[in-house]
Design a protein. Structure first.
Length: 255
């Protein structure tokens, strides 16, 4: 067994154990019951294992990267669908597809953020000079490639989702009012901030950009009472960036 395979198995094992513990604690709470369906716990364990596997660095070639990412997403989506069904979150397959769509959106946002960092790393390795230039003031140049992702995450995605809600005639915008700002937005902000921190260290302009870009959405979709939504992206982005900085000092990483 190669060293890379050993590390992958260790990541899966650790993630599976943590997923099992989370399942044993949260599944009865979500179901408002003392019962804990074995398949739901199994799905949590599997999702934990897939999350652990997702922390490994990207593949070296583009083809291997796409194949590995596609396989990982298919397995993750299958286990997530099993969890949704076992927890009785929805009553039909339309609801399952809805939750799978949210998973795909979150997966895409996190994957895109990591890919940007991976691409910059490859570009840097391909430079003719052996020494990279010094960091720019407040590391604005290092943060700039992440700006399209920030615009997608904090501006384009919520506006597009609200358009979908309006087209469906939804009375209560639960997707853009609760699910996206409370779940998808902070998780994606944290993960991308973590990736940026591991590669470039502390980049204070990244959480600021997240805050400003979502501030525009607040006044377009909501009102001043939703200003706290901006902190739901800025604070996780800063936290992920600081954690990435700590990991960068401990050991270098590729993803």
């Amino acid at each position: 067994m190669t060293e890379e395979r050993k590390k992958s198995m260790a990541r899966i094992l650790i993630g599976g154990i943590l997923g099992t513990l989370v399942g044993l604690v949260l599944v009865p709470y979500v179901m408002y019951s003392r019962e804990c369906p074995p398949l739901a716990v199994l799905a949590c364990a599997a999702l934990g294992g897939m999350a652990g596997l997702a922390t490994q660095p990207f593949a070296d070639s583009g083809r291997a990267l796409l194949l590995r990412s596609a396989g990982h997403f298919i397995l993750t989506a299958a286990f997530f669908a099993l969890l949704v069904v076992e927890l009785d979150i929805t009553l039909d397959w339309t609801g399952v597809l809805f939750w799978e769509g949210l998973l795909a959106l979150l997966y895409l946002l996190i994957w895109l953020g990591r890919w940007i960092g991976w691409y910059l790393e490859v570009k840097r390795l391909r430079e003719l000079l052996g020494l990279s230039p010094g960091p720019s003031p407040l590391k604005w140049r290092e943060t700039l490639p992440y700006l399209p992702f920030v615009l997608l995450l904090c501006t384009a995605a919520p506006l597009a989702l609200r358009s979908i809600e309006r087209a469906m005639g939804t009375d209560i915008p639960a997707l853009t009012g609760i699910v996206y700002p409370m779940l998808i937005l902070p998780v994606a902000s944290f993960c991308v901030g973590l990736s940026l921190g591991k590669r470039r260290g502390l980049c204070p302009l990244f959480p600021v950009a997240c805050f400003v870009c979502y501030l525009l959405v607040v006044f377009v979709l909501y009102n001043s009472s939703a200003l706290f939504h901006c902190f739901l992206t800025a604070v996780p982005a800063l936290g992920g960036n600081l954690l990435g900085l700590c990991l960068r000092r401990v050991r270098p990483t590729g993803g």
